[in-house]
Every structure is written in structure tokens, then in C-alpha cells.
Design a protein around this ligand. Structure first.
Ligand SMILES: *Cc1c(COP(=O)(O)O)cnc(C)c1O
Length: 354
């Protein structure tokens, strides 16, 4: 593999000021698709791309991405979490968006080389990791509306801390009743750029009203809970831990799946675990009868994030007294312990980079 090492390495950021996605390492991985096939992955210095104004991703949004994390352990080893699942999902997204699939193995090997090269950028503090952002965009210079014949694949690395500014403090989410993120038959289950463009308005409305994020409902009835902007959602209702079923408009989160598998394998006291449709009427009824015990979001960026308040129809429902509940805490502790090697990985999720 071709590796071009930068002559101007950047100063590393202060690890107490990482935030999320504000800093990029010195190098990135790039791979080009043309004339019907992918070229070799290459490692090059992190630098701006030069792209023509007519490049079709700039007009029609044919682009997809992924999010994963690498961790450095106390013994100096480096690991990634469920990276094969990220590449598999990226190929699913590619099919939905008429983009070319790629062979994940050589890309993964090249990614591991990149991570090793950037080893000193991996932060090791509480809640910190090296975020991995694989991206694929259409880059044919043509304005006719067709799937592109050329694509650019790249992977950026970014040292990150907690996703939300206030760390593990419970978040406030506002149910969005007017706009929708995705509909059945649309692109909701693909991790594509357009989904995010469509969802910004909900996030802005929520932030303007004093919430952290919005909670999306189904597109046809505005009745069933789908997910939060970049997280899947769970509720603890009495003795049931429930998350919306993957009906086609919901992103199949890897963290969501990790939570379900951890709960099924280790169990959690006498709770049942289910994937099914959950209506806002049910959430309100559970809240009113005192059965809505906990809610949390799951995603690679935010890991497991407690929800303290759900705003709906002009009223704030305070969950668990605004504090993190025991199921949320158990999952946060268990999933992060597996990710960081503090608990044995019984699932084959952790892969060694070095
Ligand atoms: C990426 C993403 C998630 C979380 O998925 P993970 O695989 O757990 O990171 C949830 N919802 C949306 C819309 C996403 O894009």
C-alpha cells in the first residue's frame, strides 16, 4: 500500500478540550472508483480535496458514511469495536444509494495501518476514543441525474470526547410532530447524507426550545417513536426494556444491537427485552401511571446516553427524576467495559489493531 507521510505534523489538541469531531489527525485513507472498479487504498496527509463545482455529490447528495471508534488500552494495545459491521452496513447503504460496494478486508487492513500511524492521536481519558469516519461520495463531474460513474472513498480519524457537551448528564429531547426524518421505502435505514440534511430542522427546533435533540415519529401517522437524530432510542416501561423495531425507516444501529445482545446474553434481573412498535400514547400513559422508569439513546458517537426529559405536546415528562437509571447505567458500564477491554468480549466484537 502506498503511504505518504506528512512533513508538517500538527500539534495534538489538549485532551481536555476535544469535544466531538473538531480535530483531525495528520493522515487519511483515500480510495477511488472509476471505470467500474475500486483502486487500491492509499494513506495520504490530511488535506482539502480539490473538486469541480459540477461534482454530482454537491448537487444530488449521493453520499454515505459510517462511524466507528478505536481505543487504546493501558498495555499499549489498540482495538476497534465491531468494525466489520460498519463496513457491512456501509455496503448496504451503498446498494440503496446506487453506489458501488467495496471489499471490506483490504480497506480494513489499510485502516489498521492508518490507525497505527496515528497511534499518538488516540486519547485515553474517560469517554474518549479515536472516532473513525469512513465516507463515500459520488464525484463524477456531470449534471444529468444518474448514479455517478466515479466515487471517492475516504476515512478520517478524529480524537473525540463525550458527544454531548455535558457528558453523561441526562439529555432533554423534544418530540417532533410536524416534520419527519424518514418514511418506509425511503432512505431511513441507509446511513446517507441526505437523512441528516432532512433532520437538521428538527434538531434546530429542539435546540431553540431548550432541548438537546429531537425524537422522530413515524412519517405516516406521527404516532410511533422512531429514533433520535444520531441515536436509537430505548425505554424502560415497568419491567420491559423496549426499543422500536427496525421497520425500514430506522437506522439499524450497531450500539442498539450491542445493547440488545448484552441484555439477552447476561440478562438484567427480571426484565424482558423487546423490539416492537412503541407509540407516544403508550409513553404518555406509562409516564402518567409511573411506569416510565428510564429512557436512553444509543449510538457510536454518544455510546449510551440517558434521557432525562421528553417534551411532548407542550409538556415535559421528567424521567427517573432526571437522573440516570439502573438499566442505562448497567448498559453504559457493560458496553464501554467490553469496548475498552475491562470486561471479556463474549461476542467477538473487539478486534486488535495492534
Ligand atoms: C449512525 C446512526 C445511529 C447509531 O448507529 P450506531 O451504529 O450505533 O452508531 C442512529 N441513528 C442514526 C440516524 C444514525 O445515523
Amino acid at each position: 500500500m502506498k503511504v505518504t507521510v506528512t512533513k508538517q505534523p500538527k500539534a495534538k489538541p489538549d485532551s481536555s478540550k476535544l469535544g466531538f469531531g473538531k480535530f483531525y489527525t495528520d493522515h487519511m485513507l483515500v480510495m477511488e472508483y472509476e471505470r467500474g472498479k475500486w483502486g487500491e487504498p492509499e494513506i495520504v496527509p490530511y488535506a482539502p480535496f480539490s473538486i469541480a463545482p459540477a461534482t454530482n455529490v454537491l448537487h444530488y447528495g449521493q453520499g454515505i458514511f459510517e462511524g466507528a471508534k478505536a481505543y487504546k488500552r493501558a498495555d499499549g494495545s489498540i482495538t476497534v469495536f465491531r468494525i466489520d459491521d460498519n463496513f457491512k452496513r456501509m455496503n448496504n447503504s451503498a446498494r440503496r444509494m446506487c453506489m458501488p460496494e467495496f471489499d471490506a478486508e483490504p480497506v480494513k487492513r489499510a485502516l489498521f495501518e492508518l490507525i497505527k500511524l496515528e497511534e499518538d492521536w488516540i486519547p485515553t481519558g474517560e469517554g474518549q476514543a479515536l472516532y473513525i469516519r469512513p465516507t463515500m461520495v459520488a464525484d463524477e463531474e456531470v449534471l444529468g441525474v444518474h448514479a455517478s460513474k466515479r466515487y471517492k472513498f475516504f476515512i478520517l480519524l478524529s480524537p473525540v470526547g463525550f458527544y454531548y457537551a455535558n457528558g453523561m448528564q441526562p439529555t432533554k429531547i423534544l418530540v417532533e410532530e410536524e416534520y419527519v426524518r424518514a418514511s418506509i421505502g425511503g432512505t431511513g435505514e441507509a446511513k446517507c447524507m441526505g437523512n441528516y440534511a432532512a433532520s437538521l430542522i428538527g434538531a434546530e427546533k429542539a435546540e431553540a426550545a431548550g432541548y438537546d435533540q429531537c425524537l422522530w415519529l413515524d412519517a405516516s401517522e406521527r404516532k410511533y417513536v422512531e429514533e433520535v437524530g444520531s441515536m436509537n432510542i430505548f425505554f424502560v416501561i415497568d419491567k420491559e426494556i423496549v426499543t422500536p423495531a427496525l421497520v425500514g425507516s430506522i437506522l439499524p444501529g450497531i450500539t442498539r444491537n450491542s445493547c440488545l445482545q448484552v441484555l439477552k446474553k447476561y440478562g438484567f434481573k427480571d426484565y424482558t427485552v423487546s423490539e416492537r412498535r412503541v407509540s407516544m400514547d403508550e409513553i404518555v400513559a406509562a409516564y402518567e401511571s409511573g411506569k416510565l422508569k428510564e429512557s436512553f439513546g444509543s449510538g457510536t458517537a454518544a455510546v449510551i446516553s440517558p434521557v432525562g426529559v421528553i417534551g411532548y405536546k407542550g409538556r415535559d415528562m421528567l424521567i427517573g427524576g432526571g437522573k440516570m437509571g439502573e438499566v442505562t447505567e448497567y448498559l453504559y458500564n457493560t458496553v464501554t467495559a467490553i469496548q475498552r477491554g475491562m470486561k471479556p468480549d463474549d461476542f467477538g466484537w473487539v478486534e486488535k489493531v495492534k
